[in-house]
Design a protein around this ligand. Structure first.
Ligand code: KG4
Ligand code: ZN
Length: 344
């Protein structure tokens, strides 16, 4: 039996390099404050200890801003949700402990959220026509999976990456090209002026017959392509390298989701995770929607990247389904979507 009294939920996200807090009331987002940590840019990737320190420094302030924007104070909040995994251990613990403190001090119900599930459920935010079952292409910095979503808390992983995640491939290639971190947005931008056929980069596992992905060969192919180039050539070729690389990633993702549609007969497809913000992926999925008569959903950009609103939303759903967590749960850095964090 669900707890229908929990209408307004505060959600906290600190699993990686976004410090974010959001407030959801009755499934609607009242606020979503996201601070994307800039300190990692010069290192070409997230430095875990620095991420934890930034979360610690920012979290109280971001929480105040999320409450202010939602025109709420803590007395209006009925439940506290927090990302409990997967993610960086130290970063997760900052959020989990902060959330426990809030819950304890204000005698509020508490729920630990699986970050991947929250990405997936973000598709329900602002989309009241989405119905189960559906397929989800979850593409983030840490994960690349095709998930069959049968219902709430009922997920089957149909395919997964055997090496790098799609976002990780963007980040690693951006690092090779000295475009900074995170790599997806600058590669996406450069690719707009590029010729996607200039370089013939590999489409990993495209003929494997299963729904798994591989992106590490692609990253190596980009490295080999740029190695002989001098600085000037590399700069001139940059848009073409980015466009050709991006086309290889998107072709791979789209061909696997097409195969998943054929295998399952499910024609409702959702995208989730930071890479779902990619303009070429969105455009290609839009084209495929027409050809295959799909029902296609993707969250608004601010709900694709890591954000507190999706955690609040997943918490609100969890509470509605009668779930909650004990205050003695810890962070679970490597948890899969099929292992829930709830304790009841
Ligand atoms: O979901 P997310 O914010 O964090 C994780 O849970 O990992 O995803 C971050 C990833 C990064 O690898 C980033 O480079 C990628 O999403 N990303 C993009 C774009 N915007 C963010 N990748 C491709 N194109 C984009 N426009
Ligand atoms: Zn994420």
């Amino acid at each position: 039996m669900g707890n229908q009294n929990i209408q307004t939920v505060l959600g906290i996200e600190t699993s990686c390099d976004e410090t974010s807090v959001g407030v959801v009331r009755d499934g609607k987002v009242l606020s979503n404050i996201i601070a994307s940590q800039q300190i990692h840019s010069e290192y070409g990737g997230v430095v875990p200890e620095m991420a934890s320190r930034e979360h610690e420094r920012l979290l109280a302030n971001i929480t105040h801003r999320a409450l202010d924007t939602a025109e709420c104070n803590l007395a209006d909040i009925d439940g506290i949700a927090v990302t409990a995994g997967p993610g960086l251990m130290g970063a997760l613990l900052i959020g989990v402990n902060f959330a426990k403190g809030l819950a304890l001090r204000n005698s509020l119900p508490f729920i630990g959220i699986n970050h991947i599930e929250a990405h997936l459920l973000a598709n329900f935010i602002d989309n009241n026509t989405l119905k189960y079952p559906f397929l989800c292409l979850l593409v983030s910095g840490g994960h690349t999976q095709i998930i069959r979503v049968n219902g709430y808390d009922d997920y089957d992983i149909l395919g997964t990456t055997i090496d790098d995640a799609a976002g990780e491939a963007f980040d690693k290639v951006a690092r090779l090209l000295e475009l900074g971190y995170p790599g997806g947005p600058p590669v996406d931008k450069q690719a707009k002026d590029g010729d996607a056929e200039r370089f013939d980069f590999p489409r990993g596992l495209s003929n494997s017959g299963n729904l798994n992905f591989s992106f590490s060969g692609l990253k190596t192919a980009v490295l080999y392509a740029i190695q002989p180039m001098d600085g000037g050539t590399r700069k001139n070729q940059m848009p073409h390298i980015c466009a050709s690389f991006q086309a290889a990633v998107v072709d791979t993702l789209v061909s696997k989701i097409r195969q998943a549609v054929e295998d399952t007969g499910i024609k409702v497809v959702t995208l989730a995770g930071g890479v779902a913000a990619n303009s070429h992926l969105r455009k290609t999925m839009d084209d495929m929607q027409e050809t295959y008569r799909l029902e296609l959903y993707y969250p608004d950009l601010s709900f694709c990247i890591d954000n507190g609103a999706m955690i609040a939303y997943a918490g609100w759903e969890g509470f509605r389904h009668g779930k909650s967590s004990h205050l003695n749960i810890s962070a679970s850095p490597r948890i899969s979507i099929s292992s829930p964090i709830f304790t009841n």
